[in-house]
Design a protein around this ligand. Structure first.
Ligand SMILES: [Zn+2]
Length: 277
């Protein structure tokens, strides 16, 4: 049914727009087999597993189509239209319900042998850390994504009955109300416990980024996703930890995404433009 909705929405858009359709670019929120243009897995929306999305759209609309995952598309979008303009190499990361990443190397998306390059969310920064969805312990994702920040805050609140006064007010007495956004709001309002949780998660994210910097030495790191909206203190803690976990000769500016949540959509535009020659 979702597939029919996508087709129907595209058809409606084409009726509203006088321009002729010449190419289609798609940013998909899950792992994609880039060479085949098919979806591998769909964690967030059911029914898309193993779906040949590129071929389906190509035969529906009769124009060349390209499909990539949203992290690669975000990297492409920020590189071409956002905070990565003018860079030869960059690492783009999205920090929200999960942690994803995409590489631009020498002015091109680097996808890797299985199209899995950029999975920085599942690099390990604490081998004794909490269990991750991937089955291993202490991945960047399980320590630094939005739900991880909420979990870390709940653990601290439970262990420290007198701490987190402002956060407790914001959660209205119910720990299940705690989200990363609430933690970041409490931190901005001067809640020490919330700020420590946020800085702790930022440090774990930064450790992972430090490893990536040592391996690839990119010119810039662009961070997107809801968690990044936590602000300057958070970003400074990420930068500090990243720099502390790589060699002193290695320097990369870590900046917030300029296109915010739309980076993958602009990446899809760039994919389509690439097909137009
Ligand atoms: Zn993992």
């Amino acid at each position: 049914v979702d597939r029919e909705i996508v087709i129907a929405l595209t058809r409606k858009m084409l009726v509203d727009q006088p321009e002729k359709l010449t190419a289609v670019g798609v940013s998909f929120g899950g792992p994609v087999d880039f060479d085949r243009g098919g979806v591998r897995l769909s964690h967030h929306v059911p029914g898309w597993e193993e779906f040949p999305l590129r071929d389906a759209l190509q035969s529906e609309f009769g124009v060349p189509t390209m499909v990539d995952n949203d992290a690669n598309a975000g990297a492409l979008g920020e590189w071409k239209y956002g905070a990565g303009q003018g860079c030869k190499s960059l690492l783009y990361m999205t920090v929200s319900t999960g942690v994803g990443g995409g590489w631009i190397i020498n002015g091109e998306v680097y996808r890797g042998a299985q199209g899995m390059a950029g999975e920085i969310g599942h690099t390990i920064v604490d081998p004794n850390g909490p269990l991750c969805v991937c089955g291993r312990r202490g991945c960047v994702e399980v320590l630094a994504c939005g739900p991880a920040i909420a979990r870390r805050a709940r653990e601290r609140l439970e262990a420290e009955p007198n701490g987190g006064k402002i956060l407790r007010e914001l959660m209205l007495g119910d720990p299940s109300n705690v989200t990363a956004e609430l933690v970041s709001r409490a931190a901005v309002n001067g809640d020490t416990l919330a700020e420590e949780v946020l800085v702790g998660a930022a440090a774990d994210l930064g450790s992972g980024i430090g490893n990536a910097l040592s391996l690839m030495n990119p010119q810039r790191v662009v961070l997107g996703g809801g968690v990044i909206k936590a602000g300057a203190t958070y970003l400074a803690a990420v930068q500090r930890a990243a720099q502390g976990n790589t060699l002193p000769e290695i320097r990369a500016g870590i900046v917030a995404a300029a296109l915010e949540d739309d980076a993958p959509l602009w990446g899809a535009v760039a994919l389509a433009e690439g097909l137009m020659g």
